[in-house]
Design a protein. Structure first.
Length: 247
């Protein structure tokens, strides 16, 4: 039970900037594994938060403004963690061809042309889709990609060094399955929408393709690879939901 509680705390610390009690020591592999299981739960909480902001703001301003504010709240709540990984990975894979070069660019805190373009395009896409979707867009969009990231980490294995490597090393296929089970627990408000299933399938397909890509180019995944994949999977989820007939 202590490991489960520590895993939940670690998931909150890894994915958000919410003030939570810090453990006396750095999380070990068992704690990181439990944290991975809770990733979708944290994502669901963020989805509810963003949806609430969008709905409340839409009472005063157009829906598009409310969604823009919700995206801003998400960036503050998460520290734009995944977006930082997206920018670093886009710059690296857009300009380098060797594992050494990829790692060097991803460690560089500066944002280049590829990173800036990736951020603008993905933010614009998410804003457009969420402006036309309801609760499912926020809930599934924040939860399923985080379960997808756990799956990717378990399939691809670790690369490089740092927190992302430690996380990937701690994730097994059993942990990935448990993460998806946790993800499904939070979908009862939107279970009647068949597109949710296809959105999850899209995340799994991307995780499979990304596994082959990252293993070929880098030998595995690090934190930036996982962050970038989370943003891409969120875009996939929103596009699938938007393609479905709206009630």
């Amino acid at each position: 039970m202590i490991s489960v509680w520590r895993g939940l705390i670690a998931a909150l610390q890894l994915l958000t900037r919410f003030p939570v009690p810090s453990p006396p020591v750095a999380p070990d592999g068992r704690t990181l594994a439990w944290a991975a299981v809770f990733f979708p739960a944290v994502g669901a909480g963020l989805g509810w938060l963003a949806w609430g902001v969008a709905e409340a703001s839409s009472q005063l301003w157009p829906r598009e403004v409310g969604v823009l504010l919700a995206l801003g709240v998400l960036a503050l709540a998460t520290g734009a963690l995944h977006e930082d990984g997206l920018a670093d990975a886009a710059d690296a894979f857009g300009s380098q061809s060797t594992p050494e070069g990829l790692m060097r660019v991803m460690k560089d805190s500066r944002i280049g042309t590829y990173g800036a373009a990736a951020l603008v395009l993905t933010y614009a896409l998410r804003w457009f889709c969420l402006s036309r979707l309801g609760l499912a867009g926020f809930l599934v969009g924040q939860s399923a990609p985080r379960a997808g990231v756990v799956t990717l980490a378990g399939w691809a294995g670790p690369a490089g060094e740092g927190g992302g490597r430690a996380f990937a090393a701690a994730v097994s296929r059993g942990v990935a399955m448990a993460s998806w089970f946790c993800c499904a627990l939070f979908y009862y408000p939107v279970f009647q929408e068949p597109a949710v299933v296809w959105a999850i399938v899209g995340c799994l397909l991307f995780a499979g393709m990304a596994t082959g890509f990252f293993k070929a180019r880098l030998g595995g995944v690090n934190g930036d690879c996982l962050g970038a994949s989370a943003v891409v999977m969120e875009c996939i989820v929103l596009l699938v939901l938007l393609a479905a007939p709206q009630p």
